[in-house]
Design a protein around this ligand. Structure first.
Ligand code: FAD
Length: 511
Protein backbone atom coordinates (compact mmCIF):
# COMPACT_ATOMS: atom_id res chain seq x y z
CA UNK A 1 0.00 0.00 0.00
CA UNK A 2 1.18 3.47 -0.77
CA UNK A 3 -0.76 5.66 1.73
CA UNK A 4 0.07 5.75 5.41
CA UNK A 5 -2.28 8.44 6.70
CA UNK A 6 -1.86 9.69 10.24
CA UNK A 7 -4.89 9.68 12.51
CA UNK A 8 -4.86 13.35 13.58
CA UNK A 9 -8.31 14.53 14.71
CA UNK A 10 -9.72 17.48 12.75
CA UNK A 11 -12.95 19.03 14.08
CA UNK A 12 -14.44 15.72 15.10
CA UNK A 13 -18.24 15.47 14.91
CA UNK A 14 -20.35 15.39 18.11
CA UNK A 15 -22.46 12.40 17.25
CA UNK A 16 -21.60 9.45 14.98
CA UNK A 17 -23.99 6.64 14.07
CA UNK A 18 -22.48 3.52 12.51
CA UNK A 19 -25.05 1.24 10.89
CA UNK A 20 -23.80 -2.36 10.64
CA UNK A 21 -21.94 -4.68 13.00
CA UNK A 22 -19.81 -6.71 10.57
CA UNK A 23 -16.02 -6.47 10.60
CA UNK A 24 -16.18 -3.11 8.80
CA UNK A 25 -18.61 -1.68 11.38
CA UNK A 26 -16.48 -2.68 14.34
CA UNK A 27 -13.25 -1.55 12.68
CA UNK A 28 -14.92 1.81 12.09
CA UNK A 29 -16.14 1.96 15.70
CA UNK A 30 -12.76 1.28 17.25
CA UNK A 31 -10.72 3.51 14.92
CA UNK A 32 -13.13 6.45 15.22
CA UNK A 33 -13.29 5.98 19.00
CA UNK A 34 -9.49 5.88 19.15
CA UNK A 35 -9.22 9.11 17.15
CA UNK A 36 -12.18 11.08 18.50
CA UNK A 37 -13.41 9.83 21.87
CA UNK A 38 -11.08 12.07 23.86
CA UNK A 39 -12.62 15.03 22.02
CA UNK A 40 -16.07 14.16 23.31
CA UNK A 41 -17.51 12.46 20.19
CA UNK A 42 -20.39 10.08 20.95
CA UNK A 43 -20.21 6.94 18.84
CA UNK A 44 -23.09 4.49 18.48
CA UNK A 45 -23.06 1.27 16.47
CA UNK A 46 -26.36 -0.26 15.44
CA UNK A 47 -26.69 -3.73 14.00
CA UNK A 48 -29.68 -5.77 13.03
CA UNK A 49 -30.28 -9.10 14.76
CA UNK A 50 -32.42 -10.06 11.77
CA UNK A 51 -29.75 -9.35 9.11
CA UNK A 52 -26.57 -11.36 9.57
CA UNK A 53 -22.99 -10.46 8.75
CA UNK A 54 -21.23 -11.95 5.73
CA UNK A 55 -19.15 -14.16 8.05
CA UNK A 56 -16.16 -14.72 5.74
CA UNK A 57 -12.92 -12.77 5.39
CA UNK A 58 -10.14 -14.66 7.08
CA UNK A 59 -6.95 -13.39 5.45
CA UNK A 60 -5.22 -10.03 5.81
CA UNK A 61 -2.38 -8.04 4.30
CA UNK A 62 0.51 -6.69 6.40
CA UNK A 63 -1.46 -3.47 6.93
CA UNK A 64 -3.35 -5.21 9.72
CA UNK A 65 -0.18 -5.07 11.82
CA UNK A 66 -0.44 -1.27 11.74
CA UNK A 67 -4.11 -1.47 12.73
CA UNK A 68 -3.41 -3.33 15.98
CA UNK A 69 -0.17 -1.47 16.70
CA UNK A 70 -1.97 1.87 16.43
CA UNK A 71 -4.60 0.67 18.90
CA UNK A 72 -1.92 -0.64 21.25
CA UNK A 73 -3.32 -4.19 21.17
CA UNK A 74 -0.56 -6.83 21.27
CA UNK A 75 -0.65 -10.01 19.21
CA UNK A 76 -0.59 -12.04 22.41
CA UNK A 77 -4.01 -10.58 23.24
CA UNK A 78 -5.93 -10.58 19.98
CA UNK A 79 -4.46 -13.55 18.10
CA UNK A 80 -5.49 -16.29 20.58
CA UNK A 81 -8.95 -14.69 20.88
CA UNK A 82 -9.44 -14.94 17.10
CA UNK A 83 -7.81 -18.36 16.42
CA UNK A 84 -5.27 -16.39 14.41
CA UNK A 85 -2.12 -17.61 12.67
CA UNK A 86 0.73 -15.88 10.87
CA UNK A 87 0.83 -15.41 7.10
CA UNK A 88 4.09 -15.11 5.12
CA UNK A 89 2.35 -14.67 1.78
CA UNK A 90 0.11 -16.38 -0.77
CA UNK A 91 0.96 -19.40 -2.93
CA UNK A 92 -0.80 -19.73 -6.31
CA UNK A 93 -0.69 -23.29 -7.67
CA UNK A 94 -2.21 -24.08 -11.05
CA UNK A 95 -2.58 -20.59 -12.55
CA UNK A 96 0.21 -21.08 -15.05
CA UNK A 97 0.74 -24.26 -17.05
CA UNK A 98 4.27 -23.29 -18.11
CA UNK A 99 6.84 -25.97 -17.39
CA UNK A 100 8.63 -25.08 -14.14
CA UNK A 101 6.17 -22.27 -13.32
CA UNK A 102 3.04 -24.19 -12.30
CA UNK A 103 2.98 -22.45 -8.94
CA UNK A 104 4.25 -19.10 -7.81
CA UNK A 105 4.42 -17.15 -4.59
CA UNK A 106 3.43 -13.60 -3.64
CA UNK A 107 5.62 -12.94 -0.61
CA UNK A 108 5.47 -10.25 2.01
CA UNK A 109 8.79 -8.54 1.73
CA UNK A 110 11.72 -7.42 3.78
CA UNK A 111 13.97 -4.53 2.88
CA UNK A 112 16.66 -7.11 2.25
CA UNK A 113 14.56 -8.50 -0.59
CA UNK A 114 15.27 -5.57 -2.91
CA UNK A 115 18.54 -6.91 -4.35
CA UNK A 116 16.78 -10.20 -4.95
CA UNK A 117 14.85 -8.65 -7.85
CA UNK A 118 17.95 -8.73 -10.00
CA UNK A 119 18.08 -12.50 -10.41
CA UNK A 120 14.65 -12.29 -12.08
CA UNK A 121 16.20 -10.31 -14.87
CA UNK A 122 19.13 -12.60 -14.96
CA UNK A 123 16.88 -15.63 -15.43
CA UNK A 124 14.95 -13.75 -18.08
CA UNK A 125 18.10 -12.86 -19.93
CA UNK A 126 19.36 -16.42 -19.94
CA UNK A 127 16.05 -17.70 -21.23
CA UNK A 128 16.03 -15.12 -24.00
CA UNK A 129 19.46 -16.25 -25.08
CA UNK A 130 18.29 -19.83 -24.79
CA UNK A 131 21.15 -20.36 -22.43
CA UNK A 132 20.97 -22.38 -19.23
CA UNK A 133 18.48 -20.71 -16.93
CA UNK A 134 19.21 -20.70 -13.24
CA UNK A 135 17.87 -23.93 -11.80
CA UNK A 136 15.74 -22.02 -9.32
CA UNK A 137 12.19 -20.75 -9.65
CA UNK A 138 11.97 -16.97 -9.07
CA UNK A 139 10.19 -17.78 -5.79
CA UNK A 140 13.55 -18.90 -4.43
CA UNK A 141 14.73 -15.29 -4.28
CA UNK A 142 12.36 -14.30 -1.48
CA UNK A 143 12.86 -15.15 2.15
CA UNK A 144 9.21 -15.40 3.11
CA UNK A 145 8.54 -18.07 0.48
CA UNK A 146 11.17 -20.25 2.16
CA UNK A 147 9.69 -19.49 5.58
CA UNK A 148 6.26 -20.59 4.38
CA UNK A 149 7.69 -23.75 2.87
CA UNK A 150 9.42 -24.49 6.17
CA UNK A 151 6.17 -23.70 8.09
CA UNK A 152 7.99 -21.05 10.10
CA UNK A 153 6.54 -18.07 11.95
CA UNK A 154 7.71 -14.86 10.23
CA UNK A 155 8.53 -13.20 13.55
CA UNK A 156 11.94 -12.15 14.82
CA UNK A 157 13.89 -15.28 15.65
CA UNK A 158 17.32 -16.23 16.81
CA UNK A 159 19.11 -14.29 14.10
CA UNK A 160 17.16 -11.18 15.03
CA UNK A 161 15.93 -11.27 11.46
CA UNK A 162 12.39 -10.28 10.60
CA UNK A 163 10.27 -9.96 7.48
CA UNK A 164 6.92 -8.32 6.94
CA UNK A 165 3.92 -10.56 7.51
CA UNK A 166 0.15 -10.67 7.86
CA UNK A 167 -2.46 -12.85 9.58
CA UNK A 168 -5.21 -15.39 9.15
CA UNK A 169 -8.12 -15.24 11.63
CA UNK A 170 -11.70 -16.30 12.27
CA UNK A 171 -14.00 -13.69 10.71
CA UNK A 172 -16.68 -14.03 13.40
CA UNK A 173 -14.23 -13.95 16.31
CA UNK A 174 -12.43 -10.84 15.10
CA UNK A 175 -15.76 -9.02 14.97
CA UNK A 176 -16.53 -10.09 18.55
CA UNK A 177 -13.04 -9.09 19.72
CA UNK A 178 -13.29 -5.61 18.17
CA UNK A 179 -16.79 -5.25 19.63
CA UNK A 180 -15.55 -5.97 23.19
CA UNK A 181 -12.70 -3.50 22.74
CA UNK A 182 -14.94 -0.81 21.26
CA UNK A 183 -17.45 -1.13 24.09
CA UNK A 184 -14.61 -0.78 26.60
CA UNK A 185 -13.65 2.45 24.82
CA UNK A 186 -17.16 3.84 25.34
CA UNK A 187 -18.85 2.96 22.03
CA UNK A 188 -22.60 2.47 22.50
CA UNK A 189 -24.10 -0.63 20.92
CA UNK A 190 -27.73 -1.12 19.99
CA UNK A 191 -29.53 -3.93 18.25
CA UNK A 192 -32.15 -2.63 15.88
CA UNK A 193 -33.09 -2.56 12.23
CA UNK A 194 -33.24 0.54 10.06
CA UNK A 195 -36.38 0.41 7.98
CA UNK A 196 -36.28 3.88 6.52
CA UNK A 197 -33.62 6.51 5.87
CA UNK A 198 -34.54 10.20 5.91
CA UNK A 199 -32.47 12.32 3.52
CA UNK A 200 -32.30 16.11 3.91
CA UNK A 201 -32.86 16.65 0.20
CA UNK A 202 -29.51 18.47 -0.05
CA UNK A 203 -27.22 15.47 -0.20
CA UNK A 204 -27.05 14.64 3.53
CA UNK A 205 -28.78 12.11 5.77
CA UNK A 206 -31.02 13.70 8.41
CA UNK A 207 -31.89 10.55 10.37
CA UNK A 208 -32.65 6.87 10.21
CA UNK A 209 -35.95 5.37 11.35
CA UNK A 210 -35.65 2.14 13.27
CA UNK A 211 -37.98 -0.58 14.49
CA UNK A 212 -37.39 -0.10 18.24
CA UNK A 213 -35.53 3.17 18.79
CA UNK A 214 -37.61 5.33 16.46
CA UNK A 215 -35.95 8.25 14.69
CA UNK A 216 -32.19 8.57 15.23
CA UNK A 217 -30.28 11.63 14.04
CA UNK A 218 -26.49 12.09 13.88
CA UNK A 219 -23.85 14.45 12.49
CA UNK A 220 -22.03 11.67 10.70
CA UNK A 221 -23.49 8.38 9.45
CA UNK A 222 -21.17 5.48 8.67
CA UNK A 223 -22.76 3.03 6.26
CA UNK A 224 -21.45 -0.45 7.10
CA UNK A 225 -24.57 -2.26 5.92
CA UNK A 226 -22.65 -4.63 3.65
CA UNK A 227 -23.68 -5.27 0.06
CA UNK A 228 -27.07 -3.60 0.85
CA UNK A 229 -25.43 -0.14 0.84
CA UNK A 230 -28.55 1.20 2.54
CA UNK A 231 -27.40 4.79 2.99
CA UNK A 232 -24.76 5.39 0.31
CA UNK A 233 -26.58 3.50 -2.45
CA UNK A 234 -30.28 3.15 -1.84
CA UNK A 235 -30.68 6.59 -0.22
CA UNK A 236 -27.98 8.91 -1.55
CA UNK A 237 -27.81 7.04 -4.88
CA UNK A 238 -24.06 7.40 -5.26
CA UNK A 239 -23.25 5.56 -8.53
CA UNK A 240 -21.61 2.13 -8.38
CA UNK A 241 -18.80 1.32 -10.85
CA UNK A 242 -18.87 -2.39 -11.58
CA UNK A 243 -15.59 -4.22 -12.20
CA UNK A 244 -17.48 -7.09 -13.84
CA UNK A 245 -15.78 -6.59 -17.22
CA UNK A 246 -12.37 -7.10 -15.63
CA UNK A 247 -13.13 -9.57 -12.87
CA UNK A 248 -15.65 -12.25 -13.83
CA UNK A 249 -16.18 -13.91 -10.43
CA UNK A 250 -19.45 -13.12 -8.67
CA UNK A 251 -20.01 -16.12 -6.38
CA UNK A 252 -18.32 -18.15 -3.67
CA UNK A 253 -18.90 -21.28 -1.65
CA UNK A 254 -17.13 -21.86 1.68
CA UNK A 255 -16.64 -24.86 3.98
CA UNK A 256 -14.24 -25.82 6.77
CA UNK A 257 -11.87 -28.80 6.99
CA UNK A 258 -10.14 -30.12 10.10
CA UNK A 259 -6.65 -29.12 11.19
CA UNK A 260 -3.89 -31.47 10.02
CA UNK A 261 -2.41 -32.43 13.36
CA UNK A 262 0.54 -34.53 12.27
CA UNK A 263 2.20 -31.94 10.07
CA UNK A 264 3.39 -28.42 10.82
CA UNK A 265 1.00 -25.48 10.83
CA UNK A 266 1.14 -23.69 7.44
CA UNK A 267 2.03 -20.00 7.49
CA UNK A 268 0.68 -19.14 4.04
CA UNK A 269 -2.62 -18.91 2.19
CA UNK A 270 -3.06 -21.34 -0.69
CA UNK A 271 -5.01 -19.99 -3.68
CA UNK A 272 -5.33 -22.89 -6.08
CA UNK A 273 -6.76 -22.48 -9.57
CA UNK A 274 -9.73 -24.82 -10.17
CA UNK A 275 -11.90 -25.25 -13.29
CA UNK A 276 -13.99 -22.06 -13.04
CA UNK A 277 -12.16 -19.98 -10.47
CA UNK A 278 -9.85 -20.58 -7.54
CA UNK A 279 -9.99 -22.06 -4.04
CA UNK A 280 -8.56 -20.59 -0.87
CA UNK A 281 -7.18 -22.67 1.99
CA UNK A 282 -6.54 -20.66 5.13
CA UNK A 283 -4.98 -22.19 8.26
CA UNK A 284 -6.52 -21.20 11.61
CA UNK A 285 -5.54 -22.67 14.96
CA UNK A 286 -8.60 -24.95 15.08
CA UNK A 287 -9.53 -25.59 11.43
CA UNK A 288 -8.88 -24.68 7.82
CA UNK A 289 -11.18 -22.21 6.11
CA UNK A 290 -11.75 -23.16 2.47
CA UNK A 291 -13.72 -21.51 -0.28
CA UNK A 292 -14.18 -21.55 -4.04
CA UNK A 293 -14.55 -18.20 -5.79
CA UNK A 294 -16.08 -18.65 -9.23
CA UNK A 295 -18.16 -17.08 -11.96
CA UNK A 296 -21.83 -18.05 -12.15
CA UNK A 297 -21.66 -17.50 -15.92
CA UNK A 298 -19.56 -20.65 -16.17
CA UNK A 299 -20.53 -22.83 -13.22
CA UNK A 300 -23.61 -23.53 -11.07
CA UNK A 301 -23.51 -23.41 -7.24
CA UNK A 302 -24.01 -27.21 -7.17
CA UNK A 303 -21.07 -27.82 -9.51
CA UNK A 304 -18.92 -25.42 -7.51
CA UNK A 305 -19.72 -27.15 -4.23
CA UNK A 306 -19.03 -30.55 -5.77
CA UNK A 307 -15.66 -29.38 -7.09
CA UNK A 308 -14.72 -27.76 -3.77
CA UNK A 309 -15.61 -30.92 -1.83
CA UNK A 310 -13.54 -32.96 -4.26
CA UNK A 311 -10.63 -30.51 -3.96
CA UNK A 312 -10.67 -30.38 -0.15
CA UNK A 313 -11.69 -33.97 0.53
CA UNK A 314 -14.58 -32.66 2.64
CA UNK A 315 -17.31 -35.19 1.76
CA UNK A 316 -19.15 -35.13 5.10
CA UNK A 317 -22.71 -33.95 4.25
CA UNK A 318 -23.12 -32.82 7.88
CA UNK A 319 -20.55 -30.09 7.15
CA UNK A 320 -22.69 -27.56 5.36
CA UNK A 321 -21.32 -25.35 2.61
CA UNK A 322 -22.18 -21.64 2.64
CA UNK A 323 -23.05 -20.12 -0.71
CA UNK A 324 -22.44 -16.40 -1.24
CA UNK A 325 -22.98 -13.83 -3.96
CA UNK A 326 -20.48 -11.00 -4.45
CA UNK A 327 -20.92 -7.62 -6.08
CA UNK A 328 -17.58 -6.55 -7.51
CA UNK A 329 -16.83 -2.86 -7.98
CA UNK A 330 -16.83 0.36 -6.02
CA UNK A 331 -18.84 3.47 -5.29
CA UNK A 332 -17.83 6.51 -7.31
CA UNK A 333 -17.36 8.33 -3.99
CA UNK A 334 -17.44 6.65 -0.60
CA UNK A 335 -17.83 9.93 1.31
CA UNK A 336 -20.98 11.76 0.24
CA UNK A 337 -22.57 14.53 2.33
CA UNK A 338 -22.47 13.43 5.97
CA UNK A 339 -22.23 9.74 5.06
CA UNK A 340 -19.10 7.61 4.83
CA UNK A 341 -19.44 4.12 3.34
CA UNK A 342 -16.96 1.55 4.64
CA UNK A 343 -16.65 -2.15 3.80
CA UNK A 344 -18.84 -4.02 1.36
CA UNK A 345 -21.25 -1.05 1.08
CA UNK A 346 -18.33 0.94 -0.32
CA UNK A 347 -17.11 -1.70 -2.75
CA UNK A 348 -15.49 -5.08 -3.02
CA UNK A 349 -12.76 -6.71 -5.06
CA UNK A 350 -12.85 -10.47 -5.06
CA UNK A 351 -10.73 -11.89 -2.22
CA UNK A 352 -7.77 -13.24 -4.23
CA UNK A 353 -5.29 -10.94 -2.46
CA UNK A 354 -7.35 -10.63 0.78
CA UNK A 355 -7.51 -6.85 0.49
CA UNK A 356 -11.00 -5.96 1.77
CA UNK A 357 -10.09 -5.21 5.38
CA UNK A 358 -6.97 -3.36 4.25
CA UNK A 359 -9.25 -1.10 2.19
CA UNK A 360 -11.54 -0.63 5.22
CA UNK A 361 -8.52 0.42 7.30
CA UNK A 362 -7.13 2.69 4.57
CA UNK A 363 -10.51 4.38 4.11
CA UNK A 364 -10.95 5.05 7.83
CA UNK A 365 -7.41 6.30 8.38
CA UNK A 366 -7.57 8.67 5.44
CA UNK A 367 -11.07 9.81 6.37
CA UNK A 368 -9.98 10.75 9.89
CA UNK A 369 -7.19 12.85 8.41
CA UNK A 370 -9.40 14.52 5.79
CA UNK A 371 -12.42 15.13 8.03
CA UNK A 372 -13.07 18.79 8.82
CA UNK A 373 -10.59 20.01 6.19
CA UNK A 374 -13.11 21.29 3.64
CA UNK A 375 -14.38 20.30 0.23
CA UNK A 376 -11.00 20.07 -1.49
CA UNK A 377 -9.81 17.55 1.11
CA UNK A 378 -13.01 15.54 0.67
CA UNK A 379 -12.60 15.47 -3.12
CA UNK A 380 -8.94 14.43 -2.77
CA UNK A 381 -9.95 11.69 -0.31
CA UNK A 382 -12.59 10.29 -2.65
CA UNK A 383 -10.17 10.40 -5.58
CA UNK A 384 -7.43 8.61 -3.60
CA UNK A 385 -9.70 5.88 -2.29
CA UNK A 386 -11.17 5.32 -5.77
CA UNK A 387 -7.67 5.10 -7.18
CA UNK A 388 -6.66 2.62 -4.48
CA UNK A 389 -9.61 0.35 -5.34
CA UNK A 390 -8.75 0.55 -9.05
CA UNK A 391 -5.10 -0.22 -8.26
CA UNK A 392 -6.03 -3.38 -6.33
CA UNK A 393 -8.39 -4.37 -9.16
CA UNK A 394 -5.52 -4.06 -11.68
CA UNK A 395 -3.20 -6.24 -9.64
CA UNK A 396 -5.86 -8.91 -9.09
CA UNK A 397 -6.78 -8.75 -12.78
CA UNK A 398 -3.14 -9.42 -13.74
CA UNK A 399 -3.43 -12.92 -12.22
CA UNK A 400 -6.17 -13.79 -14.68
CA UNK A 401 -4.51 -12.07 -17.62
CA UNK A 402 -1.32 -14.08 -17.14
CA UNK A 403 -3.00 -17.47 -16.73
CA UNK A 404 -2.05 -19.96 -19.44
CA UNK A 405 -4.75 -22.58 -18.80
CA UNK A 406 -6.74 -23.94 -21.71
CA UNK A 407 -8.91 -26.51 -19.89
CA UNK A 408 -12.12 -24.44 -19.69
CA UNK A 409 -13.66 -21.44 -21.49
CA UNK A 410 -13.53 -19.65 -18.12
CA UNK A 411 -9.72 -19.43 -18.15
CA UNK A 412 -9.49 -18.69 -21.86
CA UNK A 413 -12.07 -15.91 -21.63
CA UNK A 414 -10.39 -14.46 -18.56
CA UNK A 415 -7.12 -14.22 -20.45
CA UNK A 416 -8.44 -13.15 -23.80
CA UNK A 417 -11.73 -11.35 -23.26
CA UNK A 418 -11.22 -9.35 -20.10
CA UNK A 419 -10.38 -5.77 -21.20
CA UNK A 420 -7.11 -4.50 -19.69
CA UNK A 421 -6.98 -1.21 -17.84
CA UNK A 422 -4.52 1.34 -19.25
CA UNK A 423 -2.13 0.51 -16.42
CA UNK A 424 -2.09 -3.25 -17.04
CA UNK A 425 -1.79 -2.79 -20.79
CA UNK A 426 1.16 -0.42 -20.45
CA UNK A 427 2.97 -2.61 -17.93
CA UNK A 428 2.52 -5.74 -20.02
CA UNK A 429 3.72 -4.01 -23.17
CA UNK A 430 6.83 -2.72 -21.42
CA UNK A 431 7.59 -6.01 -19.73
CA UNK A 432 7.13 -8.09 -22.88
CA UNK A 433 9.17 -5.92 -25.19
CA UNK A 434 11.88 -4.53 -22.92
CA UNK A 435 11.65 -5.99 -19.43
CA UNK A 436 14.57 -3.95 -18.13
CA UNK A 437 12.46 -0.80 -18.44
CA UNK A 438 9.80 -2.19 -16.14
CA UNK A 439 11.06 -0.31 -13.08
CA UNK A 440 10.86 3.00 -14.97
CA UNK A 441 7.37 2.08 -16.23
CA UNK A 442 6.28 1.27 -12.68
CA UNK A 443 7.77 4.52 -11.37
CA UNK A 444 5.89 6.52 -13.99
CA UNK A 445 2.60 5.08 -12.75
CA UNK A 446 3.34 5.00 -9.04
CA UNK A 447 0.25 7.20 -8.34
CA UNK A 448 -2.02 4.50 -9.76
CA UNK A 449 -0.28 1.49 -8.30
CA UNK A 450 -1.14 0.05 -4.93
CA UNK A 451 1.31 -2.85 -5.07
CA UNK A 452 5.07 -2.50 -4.88
CA UNK A 453 7.39 -2.93 -7.83
CA UNK A 454 8.52 -6.22 -6.37
CA UNK A 455 4.94 -7.55 -6.27
CA UNK A 456 4.47 -6.77 -9.97
CA UNK A 457 7.73 -8.45 -10.92
CA UNK A 458 6.87 -11.43 -8.72
CA UNK A 459 3.62 -12.05 -10.55
CA UNK A 460 5.05 -11.55 -14.04
CA UNK A 461 8.17 -13.66 -13.62
CA UNK A 462 6.58 -16.05 -11.12
CA UNK A 463 3.96 -17.06 -13.69
CA UNK A 464 6.76 -17.72 -16.16
CA UNK A 465 6.23 -14.73 -18.44
CA UNK A 466 9.61 -13.33 -19.38
CA UNK A 467 10.62 -10.30 -21.47
CA UNK A 468 12.15 -10.63 -24.87
CA UNK A 469 14.83 -8.07 -24.07
CA UNK A 470 16.37 -7.35 -20.67
CA UNK A 471 19.34 -5.28 -21.79
CA UNK A 472 18.46 -2.23 -19.74
CA UNK A 473 18.04 -4.09 -16.48
CA UNK A 474 21.57 -3.09 -15.60
CA UNK A 475 22.32 -6.35 -13.85
CA UNK A 476 25.67 -7.96 -13.57
CA UNK A 477 24.50 -11.25 -12.15
CA UNK A 478 25.97 -14.57 -13.02
CA UNK A 479 24.10 -17.85 -12.51
CA UNK A 480 26.24 -18.48 -9.46
CA UNK A 481 25.09 -15.15 -7.91
CA UNK A 482 21.46 -16.10 -8.40
CA UNK A 483 22.04 -19.44 -6.76
CA UNK A 484 23.80 -17.68 -3.91
CA UNK A 485 20.76 -15.42 -3.40
CA UNK A 486 18.49 -18.46 -3.30
CA UNK A 487 20.84 -20.15 -0.82
CA UNK A 488 20.96 -17.04 1.40
CA UNK A 489 17.16 -16.96 1.56
CA UNK A 490 16.99 -20.65 2.31
CA UNK A 491 19.61 -20.13 5.03
CA UNK A 492 17.24 -17.81 6.93
CA UNK A 493 14.77 -20.63 7.58
CA UNK A 494 16.46 -22.19 10.63
CA UNK A 495 16.80 -18.72 12.18
CA UNK A 496 13.05 -18.39 12.54
CA UNK A 497 10.85 -20.38 14.91
CA UNK A 498 8.43 -23.17 14.05
CA UNK A 499 4.98 -21.73 13.39
CA UNK A 500 2.99 -24.23 15.41
CA UNK A 501 5.34 -23.89 18.40
CA UNK A 502 4.91 -20.10 18.41
CA UNK A 503 1.11 -20.32 18.13
CA UNK A 504 0.84 -23.08 20.78
CA UNK A 505 2.95 -21.02 23.20
CA UNK A 506 0.70 -18.01 22.62
CA UNK A 507 -2.45 -20.10 23.19
CA UNK A 508 -1.03 -21.62 26.39
CA UNK A 509 -0.10 -18.21 27.75
CA UNK A 510 -3.57 -16.83 26.97
CA UNK A 511 -5.42 -19.80 28.56
P1 FAD B 1 -21.36 -7.46 6.60
O1 FAD B 1 -20.51 -8.44 7.28
O2 FAD B 1 -22.31 -7.97 5.57
O3 FAD B 1 -22.17 -6.68 7.73
C1 FAD B 1 -23.33 -5.93 7.44
C2 FAD B 1 -23.95 -5.43 8.73
O4 FAD B 1 -24.95 -4.49 8.41
C3 FAD B 1 -24.58 -6.51 9.59
O5 FAD B 1 -24.24 -6.32 10.95
C4 FAD B 1 -26.09 -6.24 9.42
O6 FAD B 1 -26.83 -6.61 10.58
C5 FAD B 1 -26.07 -4.75 9.22
N1 FAD B 1 -27.26 -4.25 8.52
C6 FAD B 1 -27.60 -4.44 7.21
N2 FAD B 1 -28.79 -3.85 6.96
C7 FAD B 1 -29.20 -3.26 8.11
C8 FAD B 1 -30.34 -2.52 8.51
N3 FAD B 1 -31.35 -2.26 7.65
N4 FAD B 1 -30.42 -2.09 9.79
C9 FAD B 1 -29.44 -2.34 10.69
N5 FAD B 1 -28.33 -3.04 10.37
C10 FAD B 1 -28.22 -3.51 9.11
N6 FAD B 1 -11.86 -9.71 3.30
C11 FAD B 1 -10.57 -9.78 3.66
O7 FAD B 1 -10.01 -8.78 4.13
N7 FAD B 1 -9.89 -10.95 3.55
C12 FAD B 1 -10.45 -12.07 3.03
O8 FAD B 1 -9.81 -13.11 2.96
C13 FAD B 1 -11.79 -11.99 2.56
N8 FAD B 1 -12.40 -13.06 2.02
C14 FAD B 1 -13.68 -12.94 1.56
C15 FAD B 1 -14.29 -14.00 0.89
C16 FAD B 1 -15.56 -13.85 0.36
C17 FAD B 1 -16.19 -14.99 -0.38
C18 FAD B 1 -16.28 -12.64 0.54
C19 FAD B 1 -17.67 -12.47 -0.01
C20 FAD B 1 -15.70 -11.60 1.22
C21 FAD B 1 -14.40 -11.71 1.72
N9 FAD B 1 -13.78 -10.66 2.37
C22 FAD B 1 -12.47 -10.76 2.74
C23 FAD B 1 -14.50 -9.42 2.62
C24 FAD B 1 -14.94 -9.35 4.07
O9 FAD B 1 -15.75 -10.47 4.37
C25 FAD B 1 -15.73 -8.07 4.31
O10 FAD B 1 -15.06 -6.99 3.76
C26 FAD B 1 -15.90 -7.82 5.78
O11 FAD B 1 -16.46 -8.91 6.41
C27 FAD B 1 -16.72 -6.60 6.05
O12 FAD B 1 -18.06 -6.83 5.75
P2 FAD B 1 -19.09 -5.68 6.16
O13 FAD B 1 -18.91 -5.40 7.59
O14 FAD B 1 -18.91 -4.55 5.19
O15 FAD B 1 -20.52 -6.31 5.84
Amino acid sequence: MTGTAKTVPQNPPDNVLIIGGGTAGWMAAILLAHAWRQHGTRITLMESAAIGTIGVGEGSTPRMRVFFERLGIPESEWMPACNATYKCGIRFPGWSTRQGYRSYYHPFFTLDDNPFIQPFFHNADLRRRKSVAVDAHPDSFFVSQHLAQGRRAPVAGRGNYSTDYAYHFDAGLIGEFLKRKSLAMGVRHIEDTVNQVEPTGTGDIAAVHTERHGRMAADLFVDCTGFAGLLIGRTLEVPFHSYRDHLFNDSAVALPTPTELNVGLPSETLSTALRHGWAWKIPLTNRFGNGYVYSSDYCSPEEAERELREHTGQHDPAVEARHLKMRIGRREDCWAGNCLAVGLSQGFIEPLEATALMLVQETLEQFITAHGQGEAARAAFNRRIGQTFDGVRDYVFMHYKLNTRTDTPYWIDNRENGPCSDVVEALLATWDSRGGDILAALNERSEQLVYSHTSWICILAGMGRFPRNTRKAGHKHQPSDARAVARTCQGMVPLLPDHRAVIDAMLTEAA
